[in-house]
Design a protein around this ligand. Sequence first.
Ligand SMILES: Nc1ncnc2c1ncn2[C@@H]1O[C@H](COP(=O)(O)OP(=O)(O)O)[C@@H](O)[C@H]1O
Ligand SMILES: [Mg+2]
Length: 352
Amino acid sequence: MGKSIFAVALGTSLAMNGSRVALVDLDLGAANLHTYLGIIRRTPSIADFILKKASSLEDILVGTSQENLKLISGAEFVPGMANPAHGMKLKIMRHVKALPTDYVIIDLGAGVHFNTLDFFGMSDRGIVVTAPEPGAVMNAYSFIKGAFFRKMQNVFRKHGEIGQVIDAETRKTGSDSAFTLEKMTALIRRMSPEMLPLINEIEQVFSPVLVINKIAWGEKHVLVQNLIALCREKLGLAVEHAGNLPDIPEIGGYLLRIPDFLQSREGKPYLHSVKNITKTIMNPAGNAEETEIKKEFTDEDIEAISSLMESLDNSVFSGTGRETWKLRMFFKPAEVVSYLISRGVTHAAFYK
Ligand SMILES: Nc1ncnc2c1ncn2[C@@H]1O[C@H](COP(=O)(O)OP(=O)(O)O)[C@@H](O)[C@H]1O
Ligand SMILES: [Mg+2]
């Protein structure tokens, strides 16, 4: 809970600093971003694009009360567009990424609907907002797992063998499922090594961050730590905790004008948190405790890192004059790990 308000606040905060921002409401079932911006008149919406009444997303951008902040409004529920075909989702994302702005912030619905998983997987940086409560945290885990599998399915769908393995894995339940990136990589190396660059790419681009709503800044809730551990152990994903948002009951008085809330006295701590979260997200190396890099490596870690190196496409090493064999010959794990992270390659064995 708190996704849409956070999306509006993040966009407003970036726009206040002079960046051009587009907010895009892709909660196709229950769009409400416009209301948080006080836009209640009828405006063009994403429905016009999906139903091909507008040919460009720029035509449906509407201004808001905040300078530099524009909105692509979600639509009221239209049965014909709540489940766009995959090709239409790709088209939407293509157009979204071509918008002439500095940032695009996409708001998605709750749950593990394919629309949500697909848009999340196609974005450059996924942010998962959750409350620090058992049910909500489990939902966040299911969501990350769902988005990760969906991403792999989308990529390997057409690959007979690998596609089948992923499909079989998506049907497993509970404890018998621990399908990590590491296992996936090993499997692909065996079945179809020419596909390894793809899995490496997924590993590089799929790095969701967590934002915990209604909890004091700096608090490291045990459930959140469990969630991060679960993602690492069961999925092999390094999920970063980007920060928390304070619980501010007075927000209720500002639901039609979130930008005003951020400028108000009551909204100050919320805005402050949004700015801190922005800093963490913009700096992918992060400094969250959960992703602190190891200095000491066990034999097992070293083995895992070695086999990761084997699996890497040479493009990871290109343009640096440092080739794989050099890194292998002078094997200093800490150096190799920081090098790989600098090239966007991560692995559970790198972190404490
Ligand atoms: N940090 C917060 N402090 C207090 N109330 C909040 C906070 N974040 C969200 N809420 C409440 O939760 C409601 C739903 O928020 P919203 O952002 O629309 O959630 P979502 O998009 O995840 O469904 C809001 O109407 C607001 O009252
Ligand atoms: Mg919402």
